[in-house]
Unconditional design. Sequence first.
Length: 213
Amino acid sequence: MKIYSYVVHHDYGLAPNPFGKHCTLTVCKTKIRRSNNLQIGDWIIGTGSKHIEETFGKPCVNHLIYAMKVSEKILMEDYWNDERFQYKKPILNGSLTTMYGDNIYFKNEDGSWGQLDSAHSKHDGVVNEEHLRTDTEGIYAIISEEFYYFGDCCPELPDSLKSICKNGIGEKTITEEETIEQFVKWMKTEFSIGIHGDPINWIEHNQQSIIFE
């Protein structure tokens, strides 16, 4: 068992997408999603960034945004077709939950990738070629049935576990069994599986609603 740790710079409910029975990671984090070393039973965790902290004035560095235990790795094109994940296709005029659906990539008849109008396309619905390229290079959609999503209720990690946090860009892999066991024990003891808060960046939508009221 391993832990893949990284810093969450934006938290919209897109990456990861924790809604419904499954927490999914299908966009961003290309290196993790395409890794042959990522195995069923490994954990992926995201901790808070200085950017979020400075933007919203909310302590989140060394705080746990989410943790997901890998249940499945499926190809991106299979994720698009899988009946279980049709509800994760975005509805931009729907609720915030549906706006940030992450099932957005499909194969065209010629084998090229297509992109739905989504949070990763351009504002006018035109394909964002950079997102399309980097997201699909991830190859796999990562699926979790055992996950803890905290968002704006992100708890601070105990001092003894802060070493698992990644500083800056990129990813960090933790392989020390004692550290992993301590982290999993802390999380399962302190929290129940599922969603404990809203995505932090939804504050932006709430602020806009206040402006236009």
